[in-house]
Design a protein around this ligand. Structure first.
Ligand code: B1M
Length: 221
């Protein structure tokens, strides 16, 4: 099996590293940690590791979850395995961070604990030269507002993965815009659309971090 396929398979199966006892048939074999480490050491492009290895693995487990073929613990193991790979990509994405293009406050909105996509946004934005303040997950509208007050002129990036938490994105956007109308609010996450973005009064939406970077780059240029 080719390296990226092995990385994807280990993410999908929740094989974190060589020491992980799970899954039993892969006991003693390399996991995501070792495969990503070795791929990078061999000169693999960090973007390829992400888009051809880690992300397809997570998509695979997500589709299986939708079909009831795997369950929440499997997702948790997959997320842990993905993080073991993403931690190693971080310095590569951050290497362009010397030049700060602006400040972006990011977080996953209230009620939502999904942070993999948001972490990707953070890493890629840092790599694109922005200072990123990551408020984490389950962030209340008030917490976003407090950070904007503390860092005037910053932009805000909201992530939501659940249809039930998208409404909190609206509340957050409206609160920020009511106090600081000039603040740029960008949004993303699997269930979102441009239509929803416009409806809640946010400035931009992208299905992926790259689109947000390009939109902000054009804005701050
Ligand atoms: Co959850 N989950 N989950 N989950 N989970 C989804 C989202 C779901 C689609 C699965 C499904 O049913 N098929 C479904 C949501 C259905 C819906 O509302 N439409 C779901 C559900 C229902 C739930 C629970 C309710 C399950 C339960 O408990 N019964 C529960 C909710 C907990 C909560 O948040 N309150 C739950 C829990 C979890 C875990 C904790 C087990 C785990 C999260 C671990 C973690 O994040 N640390 C988990 C996972 C892993 C998933 C799936 C499988 C994968 C999500 C992911 O990380 N994808 C997901 C199914 C799927 O997406 N296939 C699912 C990889 C990540 C790179 O993609 O986050 O989409 P994503 O980010 C993308 C883009 O969306 C975009 O960039 C990223 C890269 O392209 N993006 C932005 C994201 N934010 C952005 C912001 C931007 C710009 C782009 O600008 C600011």
């Amino acid at each position: 099996m080719e390296t990226f396929e092995r990385i994807a398979s280990c993410v999908a199966r929740g094989k974190v590293d060589v020491k992980s006892p799970w899954p039993p048939d892969l006991k003693g074999q390399d996991g995501v940690f070792e495969l990503v480490r070795d791929a990078l050491a061999a000169g693999a492009d960090p973007n390829d590791v992400l888009t051809k290895g880690l992300m397809p693995g997570m998509n695979d487990v997500g589709k299986k979850f939708s079909r009831n073929e795997v369950f929440v613990p499997d997702l948790l193991m997959a997320a842990k395995a993905m993080t073991a790979g993403m931690d190693q990509l971080k310095p590569h994405f951050e290497s362009g961070a010397a030049k700060r293009r602006g400040v972006l406050i990011v977080g996953t909105v209230k009620g939502d604990l999904h942070d993999i996509g948001k972490n990707l946004v953070r890493m890629m934005m840092e790599g694109a030269g922005y200072e990123v303040i990551d408020l984490g997950v389950d962030v209340s509208p008030e917490a976003f507002l407090a950070k904007v007050e503390e860092r005037p002129g910053s932009m805000v990036g909201l992530s939501a993965l659940l249809t039930t938490t998208m409404v909190n994105m609206e509340e957050t956007t409206r609160l920020i815009k009511s106090k600081f109308p000039e603040t740029i609010v960008v949004v993303g996450g699997a269930p979102l659309t441009w239509e929803f973005c416009k409806k809640i009064g946010a400035d931009a939406y992208s299905p992926d971090p790259q689109g947000i970077i390009e939109w902000l780059d054009a804005k701050v240029a």
